[in-house]
Design a protein around this ligand. Structure first.
Ligand code: 9MR
Length: 359
């Protein structure tokens, strides 16, 4: 009797779970299996290259590569991804955690993977106010010492990867939103010429790598984008090496700047290339059919802009899957920003990418 009660409770529980999971969730505010899946059979890097771009790519990080074989297998498919960016492995805190002690193990692993897969590598990044070890940020180094420390870091990291990196984010996020230069130890100690010195050291270390300045909130017209135009034209007029501007493109659903393509054109008119370097489009959770459809449209809008601009060389998503996105831990209640879902299945956003390269 007791066993029957336990068993029947178990069966009821199972039935409840089955019903709850299988019940069709229709109407607004819900997600249906059909609306969740991508329908395209085209391959994202193949269509990017057919559109004249160098690549469609993704950021990646070592913990995920080491622990998730399915994730790694999808990332390694060069019909999907023609380019990799190291999400953290080449940053200052990862590569020179103690002064003069360089560790390249994680970065090397990503470069080796890209080479084995026939994928282009972007380098990210050498000089940035974040993810700095305290021996740099809190050092109190004087001007001459910090210049030498910075030049040594740029030369050693870029030199280590000489010939293996297509484009380097040499200087990362140098601006405030109002277009003034951001306060960080380099700006505060060396002044604005830290940018010149970093770019010159990078050119000397790998003359064939494309040298980029990378930033966010420069994807549409505004004070910050104007400041980037002014900086790059000033660098070029003074003969400081600069080859590209990275538009990070961490967007909010439904808020893609209407001036995105025009801004890319304003940048390329300076004689540099541009790349969409860190694309993701986050939504307020939970996902709904409507939000996924809007996300598809938004991905298409961004990729179409790059397709339309001859000197936009490629599009990189900042992790291809929601499973490993940086977004939820940074923006409470937001997420699902990437074109593959938590189960490594393609979302409607993937169809948007394919359509964007096909436009
Ligand atoms: O995705 C990166 C995350 O894993 C790190 O914790 C974070 C720390 O700053 O950096 C993230 O990547 C950033 C990139 O390096 C520069 N642009 C903004 C990215 C998202 O924060």
């Amino acid at each position: 009797m007791k066993s029957f009660v336990v068993q029947s409770t178990f069966v009821s529980l199972l039935a409840w779970i089955t019903l709850t999971v299988a019940l069709p969730q229709v109407g607004s505010g819900t997600v249906t299996a059909k609306a969740r899946a991508a329908t395209s059979t085209a391959r994202s890097n193949t269509v990017a290259q057919a559109a004249g771009k160098l690549y469609f790519g993704s950021a990646t990080d070592n913990p995920f590569l080491n622990e998730d074989a399915t994730y790694k297998a999808i990332l390694s498919d060069n019909t999907l991804f023609g380019q990799l960016s190291p999400e953290n492995a080449m940053k200052w805190d990862a590569t020179e955690p103690e002064q003069g002690v360089f560790t390249f193990t994680n970065g090397d692993a990503i470069v080796a993977l890209a080479q084995a897969n026939g994928q282009i590598m972007r380098g990210h990044n050498t000089v940035w106010g974040s993810q700095l070890p305290s021996w740099v940020s809190d050092s109190g180094f004087d001007n001459a010492t910090l210049i030498s420390v910075m030049q040594n870091h740029v030369s050693t990291v870029i030199g280590h990867y000489k010939g293996q990196i297509d484009g380097w984010d040499v200087v990362n996020e140098p601006f405030n939103d109002d277009g003034t230069l951001a306060s960080n130890v380099f700006f505060e100690t060396i002044g604005p010429t830290y940018i010149d010195l970093a770019l010159q050291a990078a050119r000397a270390a790998d003359p064939n790598a494309k040298l980029y300045i990378n930033d966010f909130n420069i994807e549409g017209e505004g004070a910050k984008a104007t400041a980037m135009v002014n900086l790059v034209s000033d660098l070029k007029s003074r003969g400081i090496p600069i080859d590209g501007i990275g538009l990070e493109s961490h967007f909010i659903l439904g808020e893609i700047p209407t001036t995105l393509q025009a801004q890319m054109e304003a940048f390329t008119a300076l004689g540099v290339e541009v790349a969409v370097t860190e694309l993701d489009i986050r939504m307020t959770l939970p996902e709904t059919d409507a939000l996924l459809a809007q996300q598809q449209t938004d991905y298409q809008t961004v990729v179409s802009a790059c397709t339309a601009v001859a000197d936009c060389v490629g599009v990189t998503v900042w992790e291809y899957t929601d499973k490993y996105s940086w977004v939820p831990s940074t923006f409470a209640g937001q997420g699902d920003a990437d074109p593959w879902d938590e189960n490594l299945e393609m979302k409607p956003a993937y169809d948007g990418i394919i359509a964007g390269f096909s436009s």
